[in-house]
Design a protein around this ligand. Sequence first.
Ligand code: ADP
Length: 734
Amino acid sequence: MDATSDYLELKKKYNELQLRITRFSVIEQELIHARNLMDREVLIYRLMQQFNTRALEELTDKQFCILVAESLLEIFEVEVAYVCFDIPETGAAAIRHIEGFDPGPDKLYLVQEYIAGIFTDLPSGTLRNFEARPTDKIRDVFPARDLLITQLWDPEKKMSIQLLAGITEKGKPFYDPIRKDREAAFTVFCQQVLGHQLNRHKNQTIQEQYKALASEQKRITTIAELLLNFDTNPEKNIQQIVSLTNELLGGTCSIYEKTETELIYFSAASEDIPTPDWTEINTLFQVLCQSEQDILCRHVTADIAGMRGGEWLRRFSDHILLASVVRVDKKPVGTLGIVLDSSVQVNDSTFQLIRILSAAIMVEERRKYALKALSESEEKYRMIFEGTPNGIIIADPVSHQFLFVNHAACQLFGYSEKEFLALKITDIHPPEDAERIVEIFEKIGRDELRNVEEIPCLHKNKTLFFTDIYSNRIRFGGRTLIAGFFADVTQRRNDRRSILENNTELKKINAELDNFVYSVSHDLRSPLLAILGLVQLIQNRQKDPDAINRYITMIAQSANRMDDTIKEILEYSRNARLEHDIREINFEDLIQQTFNDVKHISQDPVQLEYSIEQDSPFYSDIYRVGTIFKNIISNAVKYRKKAADNNFLKIKINSGNLDARIEFADNGEGIPAQHQDRVFDMFYRASSSAPGTGLGLYICKEMVNNLNGTINVESSEGNGSVFTVTLQNKYKLQ
Ligand code: ADP
């Protein structure tokens, strides 16, 4: 082997080695590069993890949108990023953000339009990697050259996100962040963003629902509490509802305005807001009522405030006026209105709430009408109950206790209402009638009896009076009670009694009159006939003076008889006619004078004896007492024992302060027992031993009655009679 060949050999080996070294260094370079890429990949996932952690924080949609855009720049080392969230179901607008470039307010719209265009027709989950052509107009407004876009949507929630990452014209000369091998990470990131957004939205909805539920619950509890604590006075309740309307709906002030009565119920959130004048808001509410809508929600523009509302409403321009008509039986009676700040959200639940509150007012209004009607009818019945002149008593059919009494009943029985209500039925009737009254009461309770007449009743002062009772069963408070209408008929009862008594009296008088006419005609006619007969005899015997004298004497006797009869009839009629002529009576004078007047009737002697015991002057009707004495004394003479010489009449008088007792005792022929009862009857005669009319003792009895005295007789046939008369001393009446 020569040196050259060795050298050549060596050189070849050296070159081979050199080549190998170069190859190794390339491999090494490649290894280093690969490692770098690996490190970057790890960093990307670490950064994505950090993003995940931050995304879980409580962020608004906008904040989250910014976070995603910033993270795109950081993770994928791009220069501009665009993020758009679209949440179609909520009605909220899409949220967009551009990071890394500010097109300025003028061009923002152009940029957004361009970007929206490049997402068109991009299926969900696909990536598009492209370079904007230098001719693309976008280059004027958006500096991106290389762009990576992706779009993902959730078909269930209809939520979509659009991500865009870009490199500017200048670019990064040594590094291409949006190479093919970044695409996987980009897709993963995009999915994570959508996942977060879905979760966030779910949470948000749950939270919102929870909040809504909580506030709904609070509203329901507040309304329930209000309803439970409702007052008996509807006015107070209406005011409470108005205050609650303001509180629950978060209003500036609330008003309930009554259409007919010009009444206003008002509640304001702050004291600065004055109660409006009725006229200031009435027109506004009238418009609502005429609109036939039950609920009205108006933005109070300066126009409306100025035109309709007047001074008061003007302060609320740019507020919301929400009002609901309150109807009773389809007729509008008022309007519940609330003024809300324009920032307050008016939604379905607001409408529902104002509807509930105006319904609550409607219930109270109805209650007011019902209460008014009730109090009017109560007033009416009270007027009838208290105004009637009849006593009304309402009693419990079981306990027999009184439950209601009217004023007239209290007056009738003399009890106060309180005293009355402590009594029961047996307490207002005489004890001896209690059993019968209870029986009647129970019959009424069974509806077997309604009217009872002349029921004896007891006044508080124990006087007895009589009532007619009309009773009825009534339903009251779910119970059956007995109502009795009491009419005082004591007067009517007395009147009827006296009519009955008068009737008996009249019958008696009528009978007496018959008797009288018969007897008078007989007693007057017989002496008259006798006179006529005697006159005839005189005419026939004109030449016989003795006979004529005899006849004339007989005529005179007959005429006297007629005269006696007529006198007695006169006495009788005078007793009925004449007023009392009360004077002091001197018994001794009276006896002597009377006896002197009558003693000539008798041919036989009659001995008069009298005794008078008197401690005070005696006053009575002089004419009647005289007639009584005359009739009894004359009878004693008339019915003496004929042809006896021991006849007597003994008069005994005991006269005192109150009355006088006068006894006329004779030992004459006496009265047979069977006639004794009737000798005081009109025209009754028990003896024919002396002439008479049968009127004397009848007249005595009538006169004694007239003077409130008594008269009676005790007699024994053949032995004599004792007539006893008592007479009232009318001294005190003088
Ligand atoms: P008159 O004497 O006209 O018959 P009176 O009414 O005075 O009528 O008396 C009624 C009757 O009572 C008399 O008819 C007589 O029978 C009887 N009588 C009255 N007084 C006496 C007396 N003192 N003694 C006996 N009988 C008498």
